[in-house]
Design a protein around this ligand. Structure first.
Ligand code: ADP
Ligand code: ASP
Ligand code: MG
Length: 402
């Protein structure tokens, strides 16, 4: 059997944790399985490197940031190979170039395109435990790229698909996927199973337990995932196509603070203005999420929308640069907003879910700034200060902890 095991940053944060993981790897190897391990950078290494870069350069280039950030994973894999060797096992660490993990050329947020994996197979044939750097790739210019924050999960799923692995296990610092972030909601309940679609929504809406692209890829290639803890033996959560456990109306609540609201006030109320505004965003490659247009008055209207927090000022500048064509009064950015979302495949056939969610926030005295719904989720934009309170209120209203 071929097993891909991925361990996140906290699971390999220090020497004790590295040896703890090494022993878990050995358990599988000793049973005669081929083991490929994917690792993230130790603890907060990636954040620390990011902060360090900012003290050297105010606007660091993406290429150099990728060179810098990928060193974190390189430290983890070599230390793990050393720990395994210390325990008397043959292990070899490989970076993305050696493992043949080819990506698009966009630094900072590259997409995996092709995995040759020949070297991995050769090393497995030599009975080595193979340790691969998560989060990184190599592009056609032979430059190192990164897959975006949290991208090691995607490395693991991609390798599991490319190598046709029998199992793909994602080890982290919680015991699985919960009905809400267990660090925020004390009564959050671990899910035995969750479908790819629900997990994809939760991950995309802010539940960082899995990188959303890893779920997308798992669905595409039918890779069944298990999310579980590296510190306990508890059974984790299985992420798969169809859930066999009783269908729940709602599977979870997620929150995302990394967004900002752009408000364009006093746009001339005539056909084509919204089109022009969002064409500018599209040209600038800025992803727009929730959109709200006010009812026109005095021949003007207001349009507000949310974007990723990292795109907010870029979006504002681009709009201001088109002041003449758009003819508006002012444009402002509010970074202190959060999106709180409820996800569940059962929602599409149930009325009253939205009103129950509004009621939860009303009872908690939290104002709703924007609303967006789809078949399987409802998202509300609120003041960032009340995020945890809102998540708890919604979780409670839908009795998700029971
Ligand atoms: P790793 O370093 O192992 O990749 P992450 O920090 O990226 O770990 O993801 C794990 C964290 O995700 C947990 O510590 C938890 O706080 C958070 N999280 C958010 N939403 C959920 C959820 N619904 N279920 C489980 N964990 C969640
Ligand atoms: N180390 C990277 C990050 O912190 C990748 C990962 O953890 O998955 O984003
Ligand atoms: Mg992660």
């Amino acid at each position: 059997m071929l097993i891909v095991k991925k361990f996140g940053g906290s699971s390999v944060a220090n020497r004790d944790r590295v040896f703890n993981v090494a022993r878990r790897i050995i358990e599988d190897y000793d049973q005669g399985h081929d083991v490929v391990v994917v690792l993230s950078a130790q603890g907060d290494t990636t954040d620390e490197l990011l902060a360090k870069a900012k003290t050297y350069c105010s606007l660091p280039s993406k290429r150099e940031m990728d060179m810098l950030l990928t060193t974190g994973e390189q430290i983890s894999v070599s230390l793990m190979a050393l720990a395994l060797q210390e325990l008397g096992y043959n292990a070899v660490s490989l970076n993305a170039t050696q493992a043949g993990m080819y990506t698009s050329s966009s630094y900072g947020n590259a997409r995996l395109k092709n995995i040759t994996g020949e070297r991995i197979t050769e090393e497995l044939d030599r009975k080595n435990i193979v340790i691969v750097t998560g989060f990184q790739g190599v592009n056609r210019h032979d430059d190192i790229t990164t897959l975006g924050r949290g991208g090691s999960d995607t490395t693991a799923v991609a390798l599991a698909a490319a190598l046709n692995a029998d199992k793909c296990e994602i080890y982290t610092d919680v015991e699985g996927v919960y009905t809400a972030d267990p660090r925020v909601v004390k009564t959050a309940k671990k899910l035995q199973e969750i479908t790819y679609d629900e997990m994809l929504e939760l991950a995309s809406l802010g539940a960082k337990v899995l990188h959303n692209r890893s779920v997308e890829m798992a669905k595409k290639y039918g890779v069944e995932l298990v999310v579980r803890s590296s510190l306990t033996r508890a059974e984790g959560t299985v992420v798969k196509e169809e859930s066999t456990v009783e269908k729940m109306l709602v599977s979870g609540v997620a929150a995302d603070k990394n967004i900002a609201r752009i408000a364009v006030v006093g746009i001339e109320d005539e056909p084509g203005k919204a089109f022009k505004l969002f064409r500018i965003m599209a040209k600038e490659n800025i992803n727009v999420d929730i959109i709200l247009q006010s009812i026109g008055r005095n021949n003007t209207k207001d349009i507000s929308f949310t974007v990723d927090i990292n795109d907010a000022y870029h979006a504002k500048e681009a709009i201001e640069a088109h002041q003449e064509a758009l003819s508006f009064e002012s444009v402002s950015v509010d970074e202190h907003v959060a999106k709180v979302s409820l996800v569940g495949a059962g929602m599409q056939s149930n009325t009253g879910v939205a009103s129950k969610m509004f009621e939860a926030l009303y009872d908690a005295g939290i104002n709703i700034k924007m609303i967006s719904t789809s078949e399987i989720k409802i998202s509300l934009l609120i003041d960032e200060r009340y995020t945890d309170e809102a998540v708890n209120a919604i979780h409670e209203e839908f009795s998700l902890g029971q």
